[in-house]
Ligand binder design. Structure first.
Ligand code: C2E
Ligand code: CA
Ligand code: CA
Ligand code: CA
Length: 278
């Protein structure tokens, strides 16, 4: 009882004071981080499970503070969203990833796709489409080799508005992936209307597959769903060969995870791609 009480008290103080103070502090820190270039993008290869060759990479944001410590995106992205700073940050990530894609193309990696996370705050911003077309024009990146990852949670509300917006975005030629698929509750008919190109199976479902019996795993259902709807599927967070083997036997085409490669700076990516048979 005492422990519970203490836990309750902790929760109370955190939510009432410390948490807000911490948020405000981080918001200021974020603002200087943007100005002082403490943020950079790393790239995690995505591979074809059948051939083990890289087919693309996901751009992931990193924040390294002046004292050398890293603040994980799961901690600062929500604050960037809440404060609106994500608009500026997200545009930078997009521009950077597009530039690097153009560079990879020039190096001969012409079949390579760049996946970029787009927050729902960014996605709903009235200038998002203009920003996207502007960055594509400025960087010369091929739209057909760019994929925007949106989370299933955005996919869930105001369907008509979202479907319309996605349609306009797809007009630019970029592809759409539904990230963390399986964690939300979108209906099948809705998913079909979204006309996404790809589903990303969340890591928690990949972790589960080694213990689930065949036919009962969410991963397997997503793979089948992808096949039935003509969408490509990427399994995230693949950490060992057993998971890769099961995914492969279930017909999952693509995967991403520490087993194949960790996210790396761009300077390492081109070398890695050469060594790994692009
Ligand atoms: P996400 O989009 O689901 O990204 C996948 C996360 O899983 C990344 O974490 C990646 O480093 C991690 N990961 C990849 N392979 C493995 C693995 O085998 N095992 C484990 N344990 N983890 C693996 P990261 O980079 O910390 O990013 C966390 C989340 O932050 C992302 O989840 C995404 O939602 C968000 N995020 C990252 N960069 C951006 C960005 O530029 N914009 C936006 N809006 N969100 C971002
Ligand atoms: Ca993602
Ligand atoms: Ca994900
Ligand atoms: Ca995630």
């Amino acid at each position: 009882a005492k422990l519970l009480q203490r836990a309750g008290h902790f929760y109370f103080t955190r939510s009432m004071g410390v948490d807000i103070r911490e948020r405000v502090r981080m918001m200021h820190a974020l603002r200087t981080a943007i100005d002082e270039q403490e943020m950079f993008v790393v790239y995690q290869p995505q591979i074809d499970l059948a051939t083990r060759r890289p087919v693309g990479a996901e751009a992931l944001l990193r924040w390294k503070t002046k004292d050398g410590s890293f603040i994980p995106p799961d901690r600062f992205i929500p604050i960037a969203e809440f404060s609106g700073l994500i608009i500026k940050i997200g545009e930078r990530v997009l521009r950077e990833a597009c530039r690097e894609l153009t560079r990879l193309q020039a190096l001969g990696f012409t079949d390579f796709t760049m996946s970029i996370n787009v927050s729902q705050v960014q996605f709903r911003h009235p200038r998002f489409l203009d920003m996207l077309t502007g960055v594509l024009a400025e960087t010369g990146a091929p739209a057909s080799h760019i994929e925007l990852e949106i989370t299933e949670s955005i996919a869930m509300d105001d369907p008509d508005v979202l479907i319309d917006l996605l349609g306009q975005i797809k007009q630019t030629g970029v592809c759409i992936a539904i990230d963390d698929f399986g964690t939300g509750f979108s209906s099948l008919s809705y998913l079909q209307r979204l006309q996404a190109d790809r589903l990303k199976i969340d890591r928690i479902f990949v972790t589960e597959i080694t213990s689930a019996s065949r036919g009962s795993s969410i991963a397997e259902m997503v793979i089948q769903l992808g096949r039935n709807l003509g969408m490509s599927v990427v399994a995230e967070g693949v950490e060992d060969e057993r998971q890769a083997a099961i995914l492969s036997s279930l017909g999952c085409p693509l995967a991403q995870g520490y087993l194949f490669a960790r996210p790396m700076p761009f300077e390492q990516l081109a070398g890695w791609l050469k060594e790994n048979g692009v």
